[in-house]
Design a protein around this ligand. Structure first.
Ligand SMILES: N=C(N)NCCCC[C@H](N)C(=O)O
Ligand SMILES: O=C(O)CCC(=O)C(=O)O
Ligand SMILES: [Fe+2]
Length: 331
């Protein structure tokens, strides 16, 4: 449940990282303090920063630098890995191709998804079937991103174990059928500076990405240092800035975790407006449930105390497909 938060908390999760697979995790005082902070942040804002996460700063920078260099290439080069329905919505989309609530977003991106092989999830998974399309240069682009995805998957799993405890469940609540085989999405995104987007320097407020919620469990956002562009909506309808905190990820709750928590945790609306003159890059990793799992409120004392089920059960893959197949113009 979002409140009138005015800033987004920073949580040092190092104790949780150290103990996440320890059988005594639930009794560790330092972990309990992290869990308390996660619970508070998820209830009040649905957004928080994490530091002490263990992913090297050099890697956070490298994935952004490689992304930035890709977007500097001429359009003809970028469109060699064009995203279409036939590629399973994987690949490059130009500025204005992604639409949010009917309005074109002022960003370009490479979208990647966990591989879906033919017939893997029957008709449900058909639109997402395909392999990712990676740029040829630098030659280690694919390997670098796969390494990053693997580290983000491990990190998100650990944070989700903490969130399971925060919800009054067992740390294993999201293993197995729920998210033991987590689907993932990664978006490499570029937002032109205000002047480039408009052709003149004085016009502001072009929407880099319109107000939306994320679709799955937990998002790990690695945003450019020094540019303040991400905004998060609080209960009063005010847009609160989520400025970059170097070395930290911005984390936020997705629609599936809202359902699992029976609305105790909100998937908070957020948007991007790059009013700076500079081109902004973000690398966004989305940790999701199993593709074909049906999601409904967990049965823990906290979710039960929040009253009868507030949301209809949802199948994550259906939710994703309904978004992906309506998110783009002209493809
Ligand atoms: N996989 C995720 N969460 N992508 C978020 C993209 C948000 C913009 C999209 N046009 C929308 O309207 O959802
Ligand atoms: O670039 C950002 O800061 C946020 C992007 C985002 O919200 C998304 O891709 O879902
Ligand atoms: Fe988002």
């Amino acid at each position: 449940m979002a409140t009138d938060f005015s800033c987004i908390p920073i949580i040092d999760i190092s104790a949780l990282i150290a103990k996440s697979d320890d059988p005594s995790i639930a009794e560790d005082p330092a972990v309990s303090e992290v869990v308390r902070q996660l619970d508070q942040a998820c209830r009040e804002a649905g957004f928080f920063y994490v530091k002490g996460h263990g992913i090297p700063d050099t890697l956070l920078k490298e994935v952004k630098d490689v992304t930035r260099r890709f977007f500097q290439l001429p359009y003809e080069e970028k469109t060699k890995i064009k995203m279409t329905a036939a590629t399973g919505y994987r690949g490059y989309q130009r500025i204005g191709e992604n639409i949010t609530k009917g309005v074109p977003d002022m960003h370009e991106a490479i979208d990647c998804y966990k591989e879906v092989t033919a017939g893997m999830y029957g008709t449900l998974g058909k639109p997402m079937e395909g392999c990712n399309q990676w740029p040829q240069n630098p030659p280690n682009f694919k390997a670098l991103m796969e390494e990053y995805i693997s580290l983000c998957t491990g990190l998100a799993r650990k944070i989700i174990r903490g969130i399971a405890l925060a919800l009054g469940g067992s740390p294993d609540e999201f293993e197995g059928q729920r998210a033991g085989d987590p689907f993932w999405v990664m978006r490499l995104i570029g937002y032109p500076g205000a002047s480039t987007a408009n052709g003149k320097p004085d016009v502001k407020n072009d929407i880099g990405c319109g107000a939306h919620t994320d679709y799955g469990l937990l998002t790990l956002l690695n945003q450019d240092d020094d540019i303040n562009a991400l905004q998060v909506k609080n209960l009063s309808g005010e847009w609160i800035s989520a400025p970059p905190v170097p070395g930290a990820f911005v984390c936020n709750i997705g629609d599936m975790l809202k359902i699992y928590s029976n609305g105790l945790y909100e998937s908070t609306l957020h948007r991007v407006i790059n009013n700076s003159e500079r081109y902004r890059v973000s690398v966004v990793y989305f940790y999701e449930t199993n593709f074909d799992t049906a999601v409904e409120a967990l049965d823990t004392f906290k979710t039960r105390a929040n009253g009868p089920n507030k949301f209809k059960r949802a199948v994550y893959g259906e939710h994703l497909v309904s978004k992906v197949t309506t998110n783009f113009v002209d493809i």
